[in-house]
Design a protein around this ligand. Structure first.
Ligand code: HEC
Length: 169
């Protein structure tokens, strides 16, 4: 009896999640706000990645101002700096050049804070479902591991990345 109720509430939850995803997936117009308005090197216009499984046509987390447009929390950035090395990020990410992971210089000008938060907290989900992370995965041929940060720690690391971009070094 309890199991049945549990199973059916799971089903309801799954349906709700699916509905939310499809709504979000269809809601976007196809404009690519991130590119320089149809400059010659713009990526092909109609490009929902036809990839393996459930990669969405449009990122759920990349709408809105870039992370670096928000004011900086300097105290959080100082904590984030420590986490960036203690949590192993430096093993794959260098500043100013690609390494085994993407060059993080400028990342707060190309992504929203929300997108980065998801990438840091759920990198495995992101490469499977988010078109931006999926493309990075294809480029780097490496899955970024989940480094076990809490949400608060992810925010601190993002503040640190913002600070580096603002300082330009
Ligand atoms: C084992 C290597 C590795 C480690 C450790 C790692 N990353 Fe990554 N990271 C990657 C790779 C590879 C990608 C590209 C997506 C993918 O393939 O998973 C990525 C992508 C990212 C991105 C998106 C970059 C962009 O251009 O949009 C951010 C932000 C990021 N990582 C932050 C972090 C932070 C913060 C940590 C530490 C908590 C971390 N990474 C630890 C390999 C790593």
């Amino acid at each position: 009896m309890n199991r049945l109720r549990f199973a059916s509430s799971c089903l309801v939850a799954a349906v709700v999640v699916f509905a939310a995803l499809s709504l979000a997936g269809c809601g976007g117009k196809s404009s690519s706000s991130a590119s320089d308005d149809g400059a010659s090197s713009a990526p092909s216009a109609s490009a929902p990645a036809p990839a393996s499984g459930g990669v969405l046509a449009k990122s759920l987390y990349d709408d809105g101002p870039r992370a670096g447009e928000a004011p900086l929390d300097a105290a959080a950035a100082a904590e984030g700096e420590k986490l960036f090395s203690s949590k192993g990020c430096t093993a794959c990410h260098h500043w100013g050049q690609k390494f085994t992971g993407p060059n993080l210089q400028g990342v707060t000008q190309r992504r929203t804070a929300e997108w980065m938060r998801h990438q840091i907290l759920h990198p495995d989900v992101m490469t499977k479902t988010d078109p931006i992370a999926h493309e990075l995965f294809a480029t780097f041929a490496l899955q970024m591991p989940n480094q076990g940060l809490t949400e608060a720690q992810a925010t601190q690391v993002i503040e640190y990345l913002k600070k580096r971009d603002k300082d330009g070094k």
